[in-house]
Design a protein around this ligand. Structure first.
Ligand code: TMP
Ligand code: ASP
Length: 253
């Protein structure tokens, strides 16, 4: 049997050569890391959940006309995506103060923000993904002013979509990170949402109880990460209820 070509291995995913030029297969691992991989664990089932959840969010975005790299899910852990040139930035949108913003500004986690705030970090683990101003991004040639304007608009559309979907199932979208890639089409270049959208890259709080349903459960040792992600998937109707690991067998008479 021919072995397929591994193109890239990251902390949570592997990219393999796809079946056609311009495509890749994205494989979701069970590995979890935090604090630039200082903390690591294997979380059973995380890859399966993130594959499903990312499919759900990316399909929704494609449907409302926000372009993404997603083509289709292949199996439990893999999806077919378009190959893109990743812009080396983490694009973060915040609706509520939390995480590094709360720490940097001395704000209480949960403090409302005057409006959604978009910020950029330079994607480089060895530097701890430092926050960078737009001036740096343009000066170092990572993106043009036009790209930046388009990235902010794209990120805010993703925010509106995700906030609405999550609100509908009783979850507050506190913040999230996306990555954006370039697709070339003849003389034209388009920016599309790439990588993944999952509880690994969002902060999700239950609206009523404030319970955390995202990777902070792992970062801060707050309980079982698979249970938290399963809850998100269950509420969104992404997992059939009879295959979640919380369902007990029932006797059929
Ligand atoms: P932060 O508050 O730690 O800067 O995180 C902001 C958002 O970005 C949060 O939803 C988690 C997400 N995130 C990632 O997806 N990857 C990362 O490496 C970091 C630091 C944050
Ligand atoms: N990018 C971070 C890491 O790998 C993960 C995080 O805190 O979300 O370690």
């Amino acid at each position: 049997m021919a072995r397929r070509k591994k193109i890239y291995e990251g902390k949570a995913k592997i990219l393999y050569e796809g079946p056609e030029p311009g495509t890749l297969v994205q494989y979701f691992k069970d590995d979890a890391t935090a604090f630039n991989a200082e903390k690591r664990a294997t979380v059973d089932g995380k890859g399966v959940l993130n594959n499903r959840l990312s499919e759900f969010f990316m399909t929704g975005l494609n449907t409302i006309g926000v372009p993404t790299h997603f083509i289709k899910r292949i199996n439990m852990r893999e999806q077919l995506i378009r190959s893109v040139e990743i812009i080396p930035l983490e694009v973060i949108v915040r609706n509520v103060a939390a995480g590094s913003m709360a720490k940097r500004l001395g704000l209480e986690e949960g403090a409302p923000l005057p409006r959604p705030i978009v910020e950029f970090s330079y994607k480089e683990d060895s530097l701890g993904d430092p926050l960078v101003p737009e001036e740096y991004i343009i000066a170092f040639g990572w993106a043009s002013q036009q790209d930046l304007d388009d990235m902010v608009a794209l990120a805010l559309r993703v925010n509106d979509f995700l906030s609405g979907v999550m609100y509908g199932v009783g979850i507050k979208l506190v913040d999230f990170k996306i990555e954006i890639g370039r697709i070339y089409d003849g003389d034209f270049m388009r920016l599309v949402v790439a990588d993944e959208i999952s509880p690994d890259s969002c902060r999700l709080w239950d609206i009523k109880t404030g319970q955390k349903l995202d990777k902070d459960v792992f970062r801060r040792d707050l309980g079982n990460l698979t249970d938290a992600y399963t809850e998100v998937a269950r509420r969104l109707g992404v997992l059939p209820t009879n295959v979640t690991h919380t369902t007990k067998p029932t006797l059929i008479n």
